[in-house]
Design a protein around this ligand. Structure first.
Ligand code: SF4
Length: 469
């Protein structure tokens, strides 16, 4: 997927003015925000599970080489082939070569954010292979030629009416307006593709070192069909998804659906281990697992390592006031919201996503709800520091900070300037005592006013209070 994160500010402005999008984003509050709160409240020992989940992810990351090799050994022993892809291009090349080797003409896909990172569909289509997305949301986006706007609910930005129009235009069938009818229509269109695809492509929510399995969590059952019906199954996943044991995976599964969709458990949890045996009724004859790095090892051992704990639940974006206002497309790459504001600059380069670490109020809602305790605001702050250290901030900001830093080192001057500033702000508030336009800070007052201060600095008020006793 092309990176357009440098356009965040312009895109955010457009999205704020998009009335339909604003209505669509309000849906997040019901199912996702309230759903998570309700499911978490059902757990007596929620904080203990959360701590255990963070520890599992940290243990896996601290011993990534060991668990990945254990995974490869156990997957290979069960007939799978493990491939290592250092870059997105290498991952695409491996999938295309496998398609040629097995004479694949059609691939059915279940949802995979890593394949979005790699732009795998484009690579396969360029190689002459038909690709069908089978997750309902991803299928809608494929028809609309749009990228996902949320990692769990990729089509959250669209209304039911948008989907009705799209299906009518693309399927050339009578327009349906009820959600069950729309789902049935998609199911009827997709079903023959599952049966005729030569290759199934899935992602993996976790890969399990002790069994060599890939584990996927879905609600639609398409993942199970993609991984069992075609004769070739290719799973494409990031190297950080490894967990040591199945028991560790079950601990994480106590949190993932609760935080993702507000469910105790999803409709399907599929553990794919090895190729079809003589005794098996279904399963692939060939199972290839592609472990993608694409920037992940750069984070190991650095101050962004905690971000690799992420289990892709989407809770941080559901609770983020910025995401709730602008939606996912404004972020300009695969991962939106607070997690994307850290992953995108980390994977594609901070110089290609300058606005994202600043697209946060640092209110810490994301940090509070993250099931694996990723300190998201701290990481964003560190990225802001890196931007400053590398001289990537805009010059007015650099100049402003330099002036402020110099003045702060001269306390007497600082006190005088603060007094002048406080009095000017009080004067600007007028009789109404509200400031409608802030010079040099017009962005703050472009959509709201602010109360004027009393005209005294904090130090003056403090010393007055002391004098009063
Ligand atoms: S950062 Fe945390 S809350 Fe956000 S998607 Fe990842 S695990 Fe979920």
């Amino acid at each position: 997927m092309q990176v357009t994160s440098m356009n965040f500010k312009a895109r955010a402005g457009e999205k704020l003015a998009d009335v339909k999008l604003q209505a669509a984003l309000r849906k997040l509050q019901g199912n996702f925000v309230k759903g998570r709160a309700d499911r978490v409240a059902e757990l007596d020992n929620f904080e203990a599970i959360r701590t255990a989940a963070a520890e599992i992810r940290d243990r896996a990351l601290a011993n990534l080489d060991v668990y990945l090799e254990e995974f490869e050994t156990n997957a290979t022993a069960r007939g799978a082939v493990v491939h290592w892809a250092e870059t997105a291009e290498e991952a695409n090349r491996i999938v295309c070569e496998l398609a040629v080797r097995y004479g694949v003409r059609k691939a059915a896909k279940s949802k995979s954010m890593v394949s979005e990172e790699c732009a795998l569909n484009d690579a396969l289509e360029a190689a002459g292979i038909e690709v069908i997305e089978t997750d309902l949301g991803e299928y809608i986006l494929q028809l609309a030629h749009e990228p996902p706007s949320h990692i769990v609910a990729p089509v959250v930005h669209k209304s039911k009416e948008d989907v009705s129009d799209l299906f009518e235009e693309k399927h050339k069938l009578t327009r349906k307006t009820r959600i069950p009818d729309l789902c049935r229509e998609a199911r009827e269109i997709l079903r023959p593709h599952f049966l005729s695809a030569d290759m199934g492509i899935s992602g993996a929510n976790f890969i399990v070192a002790e069994t060599g399995s890939t584990l996927i969590v879905t609600n639609e059952g398409n993942g199970r069909m993609v991984t069992t019906l075609p004769r070739v199954h290719v799973a494409i996943t990031g190297i950080e998804k490894v967990v040591p044991t199945l028991e560790d995976a079950t601990t994480l599964l106590r949190l993932l659906p609760r935080h993702g969709t507000g469910q105790t458990i999803t409709n399907y949890i599929s553990v794919n281990t090895g190729v079809k045996d003589a005794a098996d009724l279904d399963g692939p004859e060939h199972f290839h697992i592609i472990l993608v790095d694409a920037g992940r090892t750069k984070l190991i051992g650095g101050d962004m390592q905690a971000m690799l704990r992420c289990i892709r639940c989407g809770a941080c974006m559901n609770h983020c006031p910025v995401y709730q206002s602008v939606g996912g497309h404004a972020y300009g790459w695969v991962y939106p919201g607070p997690m994307g504001s850290i992953l995108t600059p980390s994977y594609v380069g901070i110089e290609n996503a300058l606005d994202l670490p600043n697209a946060s109020t640092l209110c810490n809602q994301c940090g509070v709800v993250c099931p694996v305790k990723i300190p998201l605001p701290d990481l964003m702050r560190k990225l802001r520091e890196r931007q400053f250290e590398r001289g990537l901030k805009p010059w007015p900001e650099k100049l402003g900070l330099a002036l402020w830093g110099w003045t702060a080192r001269h306390p007497a001057l600082y006190a005088v300037l603060s007094r002048i500033g406080a009095r000017m702000l009080a004067y600007m508030g007028g009789a109404e005592k509200r400031i409608h336009h802030l010079p040099l800070g017009g962005g703050w007052t472009a959509g709201r006013d602010m109360p004027a201060p009393q005209g005294k600095t904090f130090r003056e008020l403090y010393s007055q209070k002391i004098r009063k006793g």
